[in-house]
Ligand binder design. Structure first.
Ligand code: ATP
Length: 421
């Protein structure tokens, strides 16, 4: 039996807020691979890790490549290290590249490590020890923090995945306004959604495919399949050169960061969860426009937040009322509040207790403590002090999901248009 052997390559932490992008570096490596007859097995992968990781530049993403482990593997390693040396933003204190080469099978232990890199914090020392224990060849540049993400990027199994097409700018245009014809982006969205998604935030008229940083990316289009990406690329018109483009397979928009919590008390700070709870109080808005309310279950309670950047989502949240049972998805951040990414209504509380209505049609008022109610118009009285349940109409719907707008969404958050895939 012929056993095919592969070489896995992981790269992370090469960029800085001032420029570069690890995906661009990967695309340059792939070009050099092509020039040298080194073929990739499957698409390059862009793997998003713990959204709360402290040293991330933007979205905490690492990249991995898979090639045949044949007589060209040595050359491939050389190309990777040379490109990382050449293109990484070494001047930035927070840029600490890490490269991993691994020529074995991806084991369960490695998969578990990758999930830990999504759910928890891992130190450089821990990653190095782990990498060595499974036989990774480790290359650290400066502090080498990137090895944490690199090992995870090669190891993560993708039971669910999406694709992203990234188009890159010419170097002389870095940092200048991107020349993208917005009308064509609207057209592209109209023609390719929901195969492509997260293109535009209609509520804010915000073009989400356009990055806001001085990086080499001109635009990034996200999709469930490659065909739609190629169609979308044909539709989007730009007024500047695209020097290169590359499609990545990714865990973006899969909810892979979300763990199911059986109770509120088991959730920990800097973890991302889905949990069911009862709304305790009417959502209130504070200075700065952030909206908060508590949910509770038998084990405890937690404050949930819909922050100002979630814009109109706060209006939806404001329709929640005490007694509603909801399933919230999100993460517990810096302030120890549960930052909501989306929620599902499990059961609305559609009953309100009101003063009884008199025969004459007027609402009765209290006749005093323990004295029941009386009608001010016709003098009728009822003895009972109990308010009566009235069914009310709610604008929210049972079973329905409600999500933050595209402009405020995390890379890993699964949008509703993908929920039943
Ligand atoms: P970009 O999205 O532009 O690629 P980024 O946000 O991915 O930038 P990086 O430059 O990759 O930022 O930096 C993130 C750093 O965090 C990397 O060094 C990575 O190894 C590390 N890291 C990733 N996951 C974890 C984790 N779970 N715990 C601690 N560190 C992590």
């Amino acid at each position: 039996m012929i056993v095919i052997k592969y070489l896995y390559i992981g790269i992370d932490d090469t960029d800085s807020p001032d420029g570069m992008c690890t995906t661009y570096l990967a695309s340059q490596i792939i070009n050099k691979f092509n020039d040298n007859g080194i073929e990739l097995v499957d698409y390059p992968r862009l793997i998003r890790l713990n959204p709360f990781a402290r040293f991330k530049t933007r979205g905490n993403g690492g990249v991995s490549l898979k090639i045949l482990n044949n007589d060209k593997a040595g050359l491939a390693r050389q190309i990777v290290l040379e490109e990382v040396e050449k293109l990484s933003m070494f001047d930035c204190d927070n840029t600490n590249p890490g490269v991993i080469f691994y020529d074995g099978e991806i084991t369960e232990k490695m998969e578990n490590y990758a999930f830990r890199a999504i759910y928890e914090f891992i130190t450089i020392e821990e990653a190095e020890e782990f990498g060595k224990s499974v036989g990774c060849e480790i290359h650290k540049f400066k502090k080498g923090r990137g090895i944490i993400g690199s090992i995870a990027a090669i190891s993560l199994p993708l039971s669910d995945y999406t694709y992203e097409l990234l188009a890159y700018r010419s170097a002389e245009n870095y940092g200048t306004k991107r020349r993208i014809d917005y009308e064509s982006v609207y057209l592209m969205d109209k023609k390719t959604f929901p195969d492509t998604f997260e293109n535009i935030d209609y509520s804010e008229n915000y073009i989400a495919i356009e990055p806001k940083t001085p990086c080499p990316v001109l635009y990034g289009i996200r999709s469930n399949n490659v065909e739609a990406l190629k169609e979308a690329k044909e539709i989007v018109e730009v007024g500047e050169p695209i020097v290169d483009w590359c499609i990545f397979k990714t865990n973006q928009h899969t909810d892979m960061h979300i763990q199911k919590a059986e109770s509120i008390s088991e959730m920990e700070q800097f973890g991302c969860y889905e949990v069911v709870g009862e709304v305790k109080n009417k959502p209130r808005i504070i200075d700065g426009g952030h909206m908060f309310f508590f949910i509770s279950d038998k084990s405890g309670e937690i404050e949930c937040g819909a922050y100002e950047p979630t814009k109109n989502f706060r209006k939806t949240v404001s329709h929640l009322r005490p007694g509603d049972i909801i399933r919230v998805f999100g993460g517990i951040g810096e302030q120890n509040t549960f930052n909501i990414e989306k929620f599902q209504v499990i059961k609305l509380n559609d009953v309100e207790y009101k003063n009884p209505i008199c025969e004459c049609g007027k609402s009765m008022t209290s006749a005093g403590k323990n004295k029941g109610f009386k009608c001010k118009r016709c003098g009728n009285r009822v003895k009972s002090d109990k308010k009566v349940p009235i069914k009310i109409t709610r604008s929210l719907k049972n079973s329905e999901f409600y999500e933050t707008p595209v402009s405020a969404r995390r890379h890993l958050s699964k949008p509703l248009c993908r929920m039943d895939l």
